[in-house]
Ligand binder design. Structure first.
Ligand SMILES: C[S@@+](CC[C@H](N)C(=O)[O-])C[C@H]1O[C@@H](n2cnc3c(N)ncnc32)[C@H](O)[C@@H]1O
Length: 369
């Protein structure tokens, strides 16, 4: 382990120049973006060499103050200082949790100081922001006719009035054998990333005609196909009438408000993000965080702007369409960085991705807990 020493400034007039106190906050650093649960853990060490044990002073956003003891054993810190022929106290570690009040979109700032009998560090600020996902009411009667990219419902209903046109618009083919073949490939990708367990309740965001239903439903407890297009869901229902553990859920296009908190084990969204605006991609990721059980897994994918094939595809779309004639659902790629950043900002852990030289980037993560 690398031991770092934080260099917080001494507060004027309060720090003794002879005091010998070194300290380090392990985590989190400057900005912490969280969802639920709204508890942030702070940990680190503060080795006081001459002036009595250190304490951590926390000033919350409302001005209230609490002190936390520095009393956990940190043999790694002792070993670090021993290599410099200095004796750090064994009990120089600290760890505590703070409850961050839910305040949508706003920064919550706490100030941390390290103090002992003759030393007071300048305050270090830690910020947390709660990303509660956005929920939109959709009132069909009042909604104006709109052909913009964000009007996912009309766009996708318009290309799926019969099963064949729906199949063409989701996959580019109608052959059932090809649906089966590609669903097995997607299954492999899911198994290699988030895994598929027999007791999982699985949610697919943007399930189309239910390409994955026959392949996944025998391998899990329950498979729920959700889509913005009622037409797509109707075709999916018709194609899966023989499956007992399959349900469908219409979506408004931006959130998962019909799905209960903490009710799903694995959420995936495949061949959908290229049709969404970035904000809507991110909101689905935040919503996945909400509906997943602690420890639940999320998988998303898109075309990869940074791959060779992905770049060719980007250029083709650039040259094929006049800027005023781009279709509402034209595919827009992601970068691996975008997807991993979105997962991280929504609070996912164990984030990983795969990006080869083909069209695709896959990203996945796990809800803490
Ligand atoms: C290319 S198809 C992929 C279907 C399916 N995931 C598959 O792999 O076979 C895209 C699907 O996403 C759905 N979709 C588009 N925008 C959506 C949105 N904002 N929310 C939910 N579903 C959406 C479309 O209706 C369509 O069924």
């Amino acid at each position: 382990m690398t031991i770092q020493t934080a260099t917080l400034p001494r507060t004027d007039g309060q720090g003794s120049t002879t005091s010998s106190l070194e300290f380090c906050f392990d985590a989190p650093h400057q900005w912490t973006f969280i969802h639920k649960p709204r508890r942030v853990q702070f940990s680190g060490w503060a080795a006081s060499f001459d002036d009595g044990p250190a304490r951590i002073l926390v000033t919350a956003a409302d001005g209230s103050r609490t002190e936390h003891a520095v009393s956990l054993e940190r043999p790694d810190v002792v070993a670090h200082f021993a290599s410099q022929s200095r004796d750090a106290p064994l009990q120089c570690g600290f760890a505590f949790e703070l409850e961050i009040p839910a305040e949508r979109g706003a920064d919550y700032v706490v100030q941390l100081e390290v103090v002992n009998d003759s030393f007071r560090s300048g305050p270090a600020e830690f910020r947390a922001r709660d990303f509660v996902s956005m929920h939109w009411e959709q009132n069909g009667a009042e909604r104006e006719a709109d052909t913009s990219r964000g009007n996912y419902k009309d766009t996708w209903n318009a290309v799926s009035d019969n099963e064949n046109s729906a199949k063409i618009s989701v996959a580019g083919y109608t052959d059932e054998a090809e649906f089966e073949r590609t669903s097995k490939f997607t299954l492999q990708v899911l198994q290699n990333s988030v895994g598929v367990n027999a007791d999982d309740t699985i949610l697919e965001i943007g399930c189309g005609v239910g390409r994955m239903a026959h392949t996944l439903s025998p391998l899990c407890q329950r498979w729920i196909g959700a889509d913005v297009s009622e037409n797509m869901l109707e075709h999916a229902r018709a194609r899966t009438g023989d499956l007992a553990n399959v349900d469908f859920q219409p979506l408004n296009g931006w959130d998962l408000s019909a799905i209960d908190d903490r009710s799903i084990d694995m959420v995936y969204c495949t061949v959908v993000f290229m049709h969404l605006d970035e904000w809507d991609r991110f909101n689905y990721i935040c919503e996945a965080m909400r509906v997943l059980r602690p420890g639940g897994r999320l998988y998303v994918d898109n075309y990869n702007l940074l791959s060779r094939e992905g770049w060719d595809f980007f250029m083709k779309n650039m040259l094929d369409y006049h800027p005023l004639q781009r279709p509402a659902n034209i595919s827009k790629s992601s970068t691996p960085q975008e997807l991993c950043h979105f997962l991280s900002m929504a609070g996912f852990e164990d984030i990983d991705h795969h990006a080869g030289d083909d069209m695709w980037v896959y990203a996945w993560g796990r809800k803490p807990g």
